[in-house]
Design a protein around this ligand. Structure first.
Ligand code: C2O
Ligand code: CU
Length: 473
């Protein structure tokens, strides 16, 4: 069911349905006509999110509901939908018993709206509110989550999708968002509260035992023959990496971390590290009544069927759509490689057979480092200072035995090479998944002024030192 409501002069048209909010046509940004001065001087929120306690049915069957933390009591938080270039104002009210913030992962927004406690804003205290107010410059698939006590807050269910639509969305029959979650549940169905423990921190992070899609046990994807689906995958897990295999289908990757990519089939499985997003086009080439499994085969020996694609009895169309699936580019400045400054970034630490763990690191729990520094706080000496407007190339070197999804705030970067080999698609990402002992070169124009976090999105790794800041000025 959809509800349309027209709110006065700002003419915001809200389409509200079960899962999504489309804030239509008018942005109250600058374009709004006279008579709205009040609106612009004291921006009103389009949306309110309340961070607090909630309940979720994460398990099949008669198991008790799980006590979670969530936005508006449900996981995932509501799907926020806006259009490219639109202004979004979200008032976040904190009903948790601890501080929080909201980070709009992947959005190239002004630094003060980035949601990093102490670095870009005072954390939102228990009972307090904060108004986030920014324009989304790029279309794509994003998500929002706290950046304070991230491991505990994200791991208990505080996250939601943020979809920024293209000016002219692709022609598809269904546009589906899957937030993949991973929970560590005890036998009674409640969340194990061993967040940040030393074992997880030193190894692969907090990998759970219960995978959900949109906060529920995965349900089959019901499709009809001939249908075209845009599937937006978002990995909201603390640490779990997904390696998906779609039997019987040939998914086309059309966007990575929100940014358009030349449509291509994945080579091997579809890898989705924590915080990463992949937009797929899936053409339903099967026959009515057929069933296909989507397997997650990332962890050897722990493969499992994530869900199935279930064909209904009827046929939608007998010939597949031939309309283009290439997305229009977003307005990101192109790195100027000839003038680029180059910077070495070394990731070290974690459990390793080769190098015994430093006893000091063990004692303090700070077991990871970037360029030799284990940051325990969001506020620290910047690792790097980049002149505004200039291209920077970062040579990332994962000198550890573990996978790390490395995320930069405030910018998207091109992944230029991996282990010295140019990448096939020079993809734009905001989170690059680095296998053990891999090197990767990323390039971007440092055009967004401010102090930006640069960290591993395995949240236990981040908390144990794997973060830094980059200052653009
Ligand atoms: Cu999705 Cu710094 O985070
Ligand atoms: Cu990591």
């Amino acid at each position: 069911m959809s509800v349309f409501l027209q709110s006065g002069r700002s003419a915001a048209i809200w389409r509200i349905d079960r899962r999504s909010f489309v804030l239509g046509a008018a942005t109250a940004a600058t374009g709004v006509i006279s008579g709205c001065s009040q609106l612009t001087s004291q921006p009103k929120a389009d949306i309110q999110l309340v961070a607090g306690a909630g309940q979720a049915r994460l398990l099949r069957g008669s198991q008790a509901a799980t006590a979670i933390w969530a936005y508006d009591g449900r996981v995932p938080g509501r799907e926020i939908r806006i259009r490219r270039g639109q202004r979004l104002r979200v008032s976040v009210k904190n009903r948790l018993a601890q501080e929080t913030t909201v980070h709009w992962h992947g959005i190239r927004l002004p630094n003060a709206m980035d949601g990093v406690p102490h670095l870009t804003q005072k954390p939102i205290g228990a009972g307090e509110s904060f108004l986030y107010d920014f324009v989304a410059p790029d279309a794509g698939t994003y998500w929002y989550h706290p950046h304070h006590n991230s491991s505990g807050q994200v791991g208990r269910g505080l996250y939601g999708p943020l979809i920024v639509e293209e000016p002219e969305p692709l022609k598809v029959d269904q546009d589906i968002t899957w937030l993949l979650g991973d929970w560590r549940l005890l036998e009674d169905g409640q969340i194990s509260d061993d967040f940040g423990n030393m074992h997880d921190s030193m190894h692969a992070g907090r990998i759970g035992n219960t995978v959900t899609i949109n906060g529920r046990p995965p349900e089959p994807l019901a499709v009809r023959a001939g249908e075209r689906i845009r599937l937006r995958l978002i990995n909201a897990a603390n640490a779990r990496i997904f390696g998906l295999e779609f039997s019987g289908h040939r998914p086309q990757i059309i966007a990575l971390d929100g940014q358009p990519a030349m449509p291509h089939e994945p080579v091997g499985k579809l890898l989705l590290g924590p915080a990463m997003r992949i937009d797929l086009i899936l053409d339903m080439v099967g026959k009515p009544g057929a069933r296909f499994v989507i397997n997650d085969t990332f962890y050897k020996g722990l493969e499992y069927p994530l869900t199935t694609i279930d064909y209904q009895a009827d046929v939608l169309r007998s010939e597949l759509l031939a309309t283009p699936i290439r997305l229009p580019p977003n307005p990101i400045p192109e790195p100027q490689m000839a003038q680029a400054s180059r910077h070495e970034v070394l990731f070290s630490g974690g459990m390793s057979a080769a190098t015994p763990m430093d006893m000091d690191m063990m004692r303090t729990g700070m077991v990871w480092a970037i360029n030799g520094v284990a940051a325990s706080n969001h506020v620290h000496e910047p690792m790097m200072r980049l002149p505004r407007g200039q291209t920077a190339v970062l040579n990332l070197n994962n000198d550890t035995a573990w996978w790390h999804p490395i995320h930069l705030h405030g910018h998207s970067f091109r992944v230029i090479s991996r282990n010295g080999k140019p990448t096939a698609h020079r993809e734009w990402q905001d989170t690059v998944l680095m296998p053990p002992h891999e090197k990767a070169e990323i390039a971007f124009v440092a055009d967004n002024p401010g102090n930006w976090m640069f960290h591993c999105h395995v949240l236990e790794h981040q908390a144990a030192g794997m973060m830094a800041t980059i200052r653009v000025a």
